[in-house]
Design a protein around this ligand. Structure first.
Ligand code: SAM
Length: 257
């Protein structure tokens, strides 16, 4: 990979991720609710609230980039929050994802729910490169349940650093390691037996959900990922992360100096 080429293993992962999200796109929103008993909505609400997106008093509207934005869950919450909390109708969100099928579901939802097309857009982009996004142009970069699917995570973090303005914020919501051993035993049992089965019953697709469970297991620990964020040049203070629901998911933040 010295020359920026993908290894065979890496390109297999990328292909697998593309297949998984193409096949789950239409059932993705329902499955999230079924698998997490709706808890992912609370995590996403908390994530967005904690970032308080939108114009600050006397400030300018924000330019938000939601990477691996999929069907728009985070992007819609950003717009809702900035309008309700800050009365801001100008802040914009670009929902970027490598998978056009996921984005199409997002676009459908945007139209159905009457979102202003001047404030939300959908674009195919790879998190590793973010080719069409200029340097130092973004106030807030978010990635929710997306980073673990990226083939070369350090490259994605470098690109996040590149596109953020100085003082801009990086924020990641992702599945993490359950902190207590007894709870983890229950969680492992649930995720490895129940989730693939539900995938089969609800979406008729066992393999994709099996992949999702395995990708959660392979993702680095809370501390390791905090270190990767710092290695990319982002300032990540304190413990470096916030655990949600016993560490089933966590939030990491970083600021571009
Ligand atoms: N952010 C949404 C949410 O929280 O519900 C969607 C998360 S979904 C589990 C993961 C998304 O990551 C998929 O839409 C997938 O296409 C996208 N993805 C995977 N690899 C990517 C990459 N390299 N660049 C951009 N998006 C990627």
């Amino acid at each position: 990979t010295h020359f920026g080429f993908q290894t065979v293993k890496e390109s297999l992962k990328a292909t697998r991720v593309a297949e998984v999200f193409s096949s789950v796109a239409s059932s993705y929103d329902t499955m999230n609710d079924v698998m997490s008993f709706g808890i992912h909505r609370l995590w996403k609400d908390h994530f967005v609230r904690s970032l308080n997106p939108g114009r600050r008093p006397g400030g300018r509207p924000m330019s938000i980039l939601d990477v691996a934005g999929g069907t728009g869950d985070i992007a819609f919450r950003m717009l809702d929050h900035s309008e309700k909390v800050s009365g801001d109708r100008e802040t914009t969100v670009l929902c970027a994802d490598i998978n056009a099928n996921m984005l199409r579901e997002g676009e459908k939802r945007a139209i159905q729910n009457g979102y202003d097309p001047n404030r939300i857009s959908f674009r195919v982009e790879n998190a590793e490169t973010l080719e069409s996004i200029p340097d130092s142009s973004i106030d807030l970069y978010t990635i929710s349940f997306g980073i673990r699917n990226v083939t070369r995570i350090p490259m994605a973090l470098k690109s996040a650093h590149r596109v953020l303005k100085p003082g801009g914020v990086f924020a990641c919501l992702e599945f993490s390691k359950v902190s207590s051993a007894p709870l983890d035993a229950i969680y492992q049992q649930y995720s490895f037996s129940v989730i693939p089965l539900m995938g089969q019953l609800v979406a008729g697709d066992r393999d994709s959900y099996q992949y999702l469970v395995e990708s959660i297991k392979r993702f680095p620990s809370q501390l390791e990922f905090a270190r990767m964020i710092r290695d990319a040049g982002l300032v990540n203070v304190g413990k470096g992360y916030e655990e949600l629901t016993f560490g089933v998911a966590s939030i990491w933040k970083g600021v571009k100096p």
